[in-house]
Design a protein around this ligand. Structure first.
Ligand SMILES: [Fe+2]
Length: 289
């Protein structure tokens, strides 16, 4: 007969282990999508239909991640910021099962976007900025769109709003979402049109003291690293990418590398980000050890 009493002294350790695992279970699952560059009327962009690719993305999210707490789409929703493309986007998103939050990119048009998406949260100045408080902390969504330029901007009004949003999250983890990366990525194709207000943003992030991650689009590539200690990642676009070229001399080169979205898990212990090429059809084999 097994002497079960022999194991009684291990029960407290087992209990502590179980509690630690439960405590570190993912608290929030977020799907990060970006740079769809939708065009209307069945037009193609770089010989592909951005609408069909977005529809494939949405179908994949619905199939694989219907349990996501939120989808965040970090801008360049429409290639030309036109109303027809935003209406197509609204029709596509009606099929997306997790809730969604939309941000603006340099290709978007704020007035047109707001006309088609009047329910989109905006700040007191009409910028498409908002917060989402969750068990994982505060998610802050920034509007870096500036009319007349492809650069990202955070004017005084937007920075003041961000400062207040951070002040309202003292003692809580914060996760920032914005279209434009705030700093150089050593990629000439996008560095010249990154966010101009790097230093004011750096100051606000430092003052808060617990900004745990920054998520961006704009780059049309997967990239990750840290910025003065704050981790960041960028996600590929759903239609086309920027070729990886560190020595670019002229205009950016578009590449038709696989589109992808990322799957973000916010945990007590940290953040994980997985990139998923949702149109990948490469062969798969069972792992036999
Ligand atoms: Fe883009």
């Amino acid at each position: 007969m097994v002497d079960y009493l022999h194991f009684f002294h291990l029960y407290p350790t087992f209990l502590v282990l179980c509690l630690a695992i439960l405590k570190d279970a993912p608290r929030m699952k977020i799907i990060h999508i970006s740079d769809m560059h939708l065009v209307p009327d069945g037009n193609l962009l770089f010989d592909e239909d951005p609408v069909k690719r977005l529809q494939a993305c949405i179908a994949d999210v619905n199939q694989c991640h219907v349990d996501a707490d939120l989808c965040v789409i970090t801008g360049d929703l429409a290639h030309d910021g036109d109303e027809a493309s935003y209406r197509i986007l609204a029709a596509c998103l009606a099929n997306l099962r997790p809730p969604v939050r939309l941000l603006l990119g340099n290709h978007d048009d704020r007035p047109t976007f707001r006309r088609v998406f009047p329910e989109a949260p905006v700040d007191e100045n009409g910028f498409v900025q908002s917060v989402h408080d969750s068990a994982s902390g505060r998610l802050i969504f920034l509007d870096t769109k500036e009319a007349g330029t492809h650069e990202g901007r955070l004017c005084t009004d937007r920075l003041t709003w961000l400062q207040n949003a951070l002040n309202g999250a003292v003692g809580k983890p914060v996760f920032l979402f914005l279209h434009h990366p705030a700093f150089d990525l050593n990629l000439p194709s996008v560095d010249w049109i990154r966010l101009r207000e790097e230093q004011p943003l750096r100051h606000l992030v430092a003052v808060h003291g617990d900004v745990r991650y920054m998520f961006s689009g704009h780059v049309h590539r997967p990239s990750a690293g840290t910025w003065y200690g704050t981790p960041f990642s960028t996600v590929p676009g759903t239609n086309h990418q920027h070729a990886l070229d560190f020595n670019l001399q002229g205009p950016a080169t578009t590449s038709m590398e696989a589109p992808a979205y990322s799957v973000i898990s916010l945990r007590e212990s940290g953040v994980t980000v997985h990139f998923h090429a949702f149109m990948d059809a490469s062969r798969r084999y069972p792992f036999l050890g």
